[in-house]
Design a protein around this ligand. Structure first.
Ligand code: HEC
Ligand code: HEC
Ligand code: HEC
Ligand code: HEC
Ligand code: HEC
Ligand code: HEC
Length: 439
């Protein structure tokens, strides 16, 4: 018994030692848009086949787990989270952390990372409440598994979504979903000077292609796809190769500082250019709402977006009307223009709203990873009001239970990335009204 405990203890020590790996071992970046040092993820370097561009296992290693090289984490997703989880006690948003430590997620406390994709910690936040309906008490609920993509990472306690067997409107098996279902761990997908994507090593990746400060590719240098996202032909090993991507990575540019609170005027603007919806459709069917490169924002909707500040306040103007709670695609692959737009409110970038002909996309309403609300939406679409009596609704704020929905007001505020409640109306409705006047 003591022996087993010691073994577990030593294992834990090993795991926490590995968690400092990222910052200390790789001060100049880790992936840098392409393939990172093998030992950052594999505890034993796999035997690679001689030919072929994408990494494939040598024939004699293909059937054995050892041949796959073992991972620094318990499974592929955990291997990513060893570096991408904030250390215990780190509640402020910082760098490339996309998950809050489980130790910091006690009841009532919100996850703290505020990247555009969102903090996977929201998957651990389940809420129940009692609500009055037609004079009868009814239970309301908002289960953690509906707050994000349920990535499998058992070492960190992330389990499959047992309520969706497959991607809704697709075939991707939920019990296989993990980071490498969407991101290519080897960073093979690269953007070339002509804007096309390739996985061939003939033109090497020199840097991340995600940022305002990223270099541009040229005839002999490529840069990584946006966020190392996989493209055409990717058949995630995680899916058991049952899914093959048919769309290339989206066109987008993130500001260099992208994980931050969005206090007054403080939008973090990722300049989404095109193809995000098409990319999500590698696993999902088109949505019932207009979405994608062809879902143009009409002039009437442009006018509504740009004048809308909050419920009852439509005195805004285009130059400051952008909201990261309702982003859109500008409908371009012009990276110079996207780099101009990307930035942080008050500190650069361009916070103007859409022009006619720009388009709605999946991330207009959803986050890519996780967030505070059902169906990973950016605002609560299940409550009539998102601000009640000038305060973020919570069980501690005096809001009715069917509006507080089991959250503390601190959790609600964090789900809106720390915007002050008074940047909304005293009684603020949902944000479909940023585009549709009738709501
Ligand atoms: C960022 C983490 C990461 C790095 C760095 C990395 N790998 Fe991997 N590798 C993985 C994961 C995760 C898998 C499992 C397959 C998957 O989930 O896509 C994998 C699988 C493999 C495979 C099996 C092929 C397959 O698709 O199953 C080979 C071969 C391989 N890696 C070789 C390497 C080599 C060689 C390097 C260094 C040059 C390297 N890897 C660097 C994460 C990484
Ligand atoms: C050894 C630590 C480490 C591991 C393991 C690791 N990462 Fe990272 N990751 C980093 C660091 C450091 C950065 C920021 C610097 C960079 O991109 O090189 C980063 C950045 C990223 C980015 C943004 C890159 C860009 O160019 O926009 C993505 C996406 C990402 N990681 C995904 C993953 C996935 C998926 C895995 C697992 C397959 C993984 N990481 C494993 C350390 C790590
Ligand atoms: C369903 C697909 C999907 C899965 C699963 C996924 N990601 Fe992402 N990830 C994305 C997309 C899309 C973005 C770009 C989000 C944006 O810019 O709005 C992104 C962005 C990121 C970033 C940049 C910071 C941010 O949040 O914008 C990092 C780092 C990252 N992912 C790491 C991970 C890790 C680690 C995992 C597993 C624990 C993971 N991702 C799982 C699709 C996914
Ligand atoms: C205009 C906003 C909007 C856009 C654009 C949008 N969605 Fe949704 N989506 C929602 C809302 C609101 C819900 C939850 C309410 C519902 O089920 O209708 C939802 C629900 C979903 C669900 C859960 C459905 C289920 O059966 O559980 C999936 C999956 C989904 N969306 C994927 C997507 C994808 C993929 C895209 C882009 C191709 C997209 N959405 C575009 C607003 C949007
Ligand atoms: C690699 C496949 C894959 C890609 C790419 C993908 N998804 Fe999913 N998605 C899934 C799977 C599997 C599920 C069901 C399991 C779950 O909900 O965690 C899911 C569930 C969802 C849900 C429902 C969450 C819930 O439980 O209510 C939404 C919304 C969603 N995805 C939106 C998106 C959006 C937006 C994108 C593009 C940024 C996207 N997905 C890209 C595989 C994918
Ligand atoms: C970024 C702007 C934008 C947002 C936000 C938005 N929509 Fe839309 N919506 C559009 C566009 C563009 C169309 C298609 C063009 C049209 O029909 O005018 C559309 C069409 C519709 C339609 C069908 C046409 C109609 O007017 O009857 C409905 C219904 C609708 N949206 C509901 C919603 C709901 C519900 C939400 C919030 C969950 C929402 N929309 C959020 C832009 C938006």
């Amino acid at each position: 018994m003591i022996k087993t405990l010691t073994v577990i203890f030593v294992l834990l020590l090993f795991v926490s030692a590995v968690s400092c790996f990222g910052a200390e071992q790789f001060p100049n970046g880790f992936h840098n848009g392409g393939i990172a040092p093998c030992e950052g993820c594999h505890s034993k370097t796999p035997k690679v086949a001689e030919s072929g561009s994408a990494l494939t296992l040598a024939k004699d290693s293909q059937s054995s787990d050892a041949g796959r090289g073992m991972f620094n984490g318990q499974d592929p997703g955990s291997t990513c989270l060893v570096c991408h989880t904030a250390p215990k006690g780190q509640k402020q948003p910082s760098g490339y952390f996309v998950a809050t430590s489980n130790d910091d997620l006690a009841a009532g406390l919100p996850p703290g990372q505020m990247t555009p994709g969102g903090d996977f910690g929201w998957l651990r936040k389940s809420y129940i409440w009692a609500t009055q309906e037609a004079g009868k008490l009814k239970d309301g609920q908002s289960q953690g598994e509906h707050h994000g993509h349920n990535v499998i990472a058992s070492q960190f306690g992330y389990n499959p979504d047992y309520s969706n067997a497959k991607a809704p409107g697709g075939i991707f098996p939920s019990d296989k979903l993990t980071c490498t279902s969407c991101h290519d761990p080897h960073g093979n997908y690269r953007r070339l000077a002509d804007g096309s994507y390739s996985t061939s090593n003939a033109i090497p990746v020199i840097a991340s292609g995600s940022y305002k400060s990223s270099p541009l590719p040229d005839a002999t240098h490529a840069i990584g796809s946006y966020r190392l996202l996989a493209g055409k032909g990717y058949s995630p090993a995680s899916s058991g190769r049952s899914v093959i991507f048919t769309s290339d990575p989206p066109t987008a540019v993130a500001p260099d500082k992208y994980n931050r609170a969005e206090t007054r005027q403080g939008n973090t603007r990722v300049a989404y250019g095109s193809d995000m919806s098409e990319w999500c459709q590698n696993c999902h069917e088109p949505h019932k709402h207009a979405t994608g490169n062809a879902a143009k924002i009409t002039s009437g909707i442009v006018k509504q977006y740009n004048s809308y500040i909050a419920s009852g306040d439509i005195n805004g103007s285009r130059s400051s009307s952008y909201s990261s709670l309702v982003p859109f695609e500008v409908g371009t692959k012009d990276y110079a223009e996207l780099k101009r737009l990307a930035g942080n409110g008050g500190e650069g970038g361009d916070m103007s709203g859409p022009l006619s002909g720009e388009n709605v996309m999946c991330l207009t309403c959803h986050r890519a990873h996780a967030g505070g609300w059902d169906s990973i939406t950016r605002w609560n679409t299940k409550a009539e009001l998102i601000v009640y009596d000038g305060k973020y609704p919570g069980i501690d704020s005096g809001a009715p239970t069917f509006i507080a929905q089991g959250r503390t007001s601190a959790e609600t505020r964090k789900a809106y990335y720390d915007r002050p409640a008074d940047s909304f109306a005293v009684f603020q409705r949902g944000l479909c009204s940023k585009c549709h006047a009738k709501d």
